[in-house]
Design a binder for this molecule. Structure first.
Ligand code: CA
Length: 481
């Protein structure tokens, strides 16, 4: 399948409750540009309507109960979400739900329990003796009144928290009790990276495991979902995640999709994670994102021959979701590493036209960030169109010059006239002789983005001498194809 995902949100969307309605209205357009699935923003009730959704309060409230100051979430009501999903499905667009399972926020009340402080930079290092704290760990969901689930959360369902109400002190508190410890199977950064924020869910607790698996199967069915985007998985016991996906797929079918956010530029950690979960989920290609970011920062000093080095798409092409930016990397966000504007066309050309990876387009790059319209929509539209018409067949790489690289897609019989030659540049104007196949001798090729006005005639051996403008992208295709 030649699917295209869109991350359909960014960090600074308006808190007006109209977003599900807008998504519904956009379904037809999304299908026309070739989007086959959307990753929607976290849709569970969070700390308030101004919360993007990662400060999650109630997994079972999708904008249905008057909790945390409103019925709706930042994006609208549950019914509006269902209406949007139905419309997307009517246009053959799948829906991936952002599952925020690592933590819970905005508890209804405090509880008293034993805890100790640990060093935030090394959570295996205790920095206090055990003592009683008063933490925000009691979740009753009074307005939901046990609909869908009568589960009540208590301190012993969590491994850690960050605030002691009794003395007003902020710290990383490890919760103590029977069988209580940080999870073993998490990222090793900071000694043990189980704890990220808020009240950290304990996935070694049998009641928690059952409740969360039941929720996963429920929300997938309730919303007729096609997959999950799994938030913050480097902070969640990987063995739980494997069982969670098994449980959901037992109900929803083996092709129920999953992609995990393991935010680390280090590919070895991603490889280890994939092995630990027996390759049951795709991962976002974070190493590739950082290559793109570096390339955009360094300009002509970056060696483009390295642009795909140590990326997930190289070692696990079938499990890699390639992306340029997202809500966390966008400027001003927590993991800020936004690819500079001048390099976005090159970055999108790479992920949209290469023969591997599952590309994900960022809402902020296509529509807008805050009030600022994206300048990249036109080039993304052109690249999407090029992907649909021409990006087929074998790929032959020409990553053979520091400032001008590219590849040829040879085309296939199913798509008459298909095949293309891509060049990207981070330096001066460039050219490259690339072979598009001897059978194409005599063909005249043109440049599809409009960046280069000349034409190229393919010679006896199938070679073309293709041009690219400095610091830009060129997509060459057969004229009149
Ligand atoms: Ca955790």
């Amino acid at each position: 399948m030649n699917g295209i995902m869109m991350q359909y949100f960014e960090w600074n969307l308006p808190d007006d409750g109209n977003f599900w309605k807008k998504l519904k209205e956009d379904a037809k357009h999304l299908s026309e540009i070739g989007v086959t699935a959307v990753w929607i923003p976290p849709a569970c009730k969070a700390t308030g309507t101004n919360d993007v959704g990662y400060g999650i309060y109630d997994l079972w409230d999708l904008g249905e109960f008057d909790q945390k100051g409103s019925v709706r979430t930042k994006y609208g009501t549950k019914q509006e979400l269902i209406d949007a999903i139905n419309e997307l499905h009517a246009h053959k667009i799948g829906v991936y739900f952002d599952a925020v399972m690592n933590h819970k926020a905005g508890a209804d009340r405090t509880e008293k329990f034993m805890a100790r402080e640990v060093n935030p930079d090394n959570r295996e290092q205790r920095t206090s003796d055990p003592y009683e704290i008063e933490g925000w760990t009691g979740f009753d969901f009074p307005a939901r009144a046990d609909k869908y689930s009568d589960f009540k959360w208590h301190w012993y369902h969590f491994t850690g928290t960050d605030f002691n109400q009794a003395n007003g002190k902020t710290a990383v508190y490890q919760i103590l009790g029977q069988n209580k410890d940080w999870a073993d199977n998490v990222d090793s950064e900071h000694g043990n990276y189980d704890y990220l924020m808020y009240a950290d869910i304990d996935f070694d607790h049998p009641e928690v495991i059952e409740e969360m698996k039941r929720w996963g199967a429920w929300v997938a069915k309730e919303l007729n979902l096609d997959g999950f985007r799994l938030d913050a998985i480097k902070h969640i016991n990987d063995q739980y995640m494997k069982h969670f996906l098994d449980a959901v797929r037992a109900e929803r079918g083996q092709d129920f999709y999953a992609v995990g956010e393991y935010w680390k530029p280090d590919k070895a950690s991603l490889d280890e994670y994939l092995a630990a979960v027996q390759y049951k989920t795709d991962l976002f290609d974070v190493p590739l994102h950082f290559n793109l970011f570096q390339a955009s920062e360094q300009g002509k000093d970056y060696d483009l021959q390295n642009i795909l080095n140590d990326s997930l798409v190289k070692t696990h092409p079938a499990l890699s979701v390639t992306f340029v930016d997202n809500h966390d990397s966008q400027w001003g966000s927590s993991l800020q590493s936004q690819v500079q504007s001048w390099f976005k066309p090159q970055a999108y050309a790479l992920i949209l036209l290469m023969n591997v990876g599952y590309p994900c387009i960022f809402y902020g790059d296509y529509y807008r960030l805050g009030d600022r319209e994206s300048p990249h929509r036109l080039i993304i539209d052109i690249l999407l169109s090029a992907r649909k018409k021409y990006a087929y067949g074998e790929q032959r790489d020409y990553f053979d010059h520091p400032r001008t690289v590219g590849f040829v897609r040879m085309g296939d019989d199913e798509h008459p006239g298909s095949g293309l030659a891509l060049l990207i540049s981070n330096g001066e104007n460039g050219n490259k002789v690339m072979n598009v196949g001897e059978h194409r001798k005599g063909e005249v090729w043109r440049e599809y983005t409009g960046n280069v006005k000349s034409e190229v005639t393919i010679d006896e051996q199938g070679n073309g001498n293709f041009l690219v403008e400095g610091g830009n992208v060129a997509v060459w295709v057969k004229k009149d194809a």
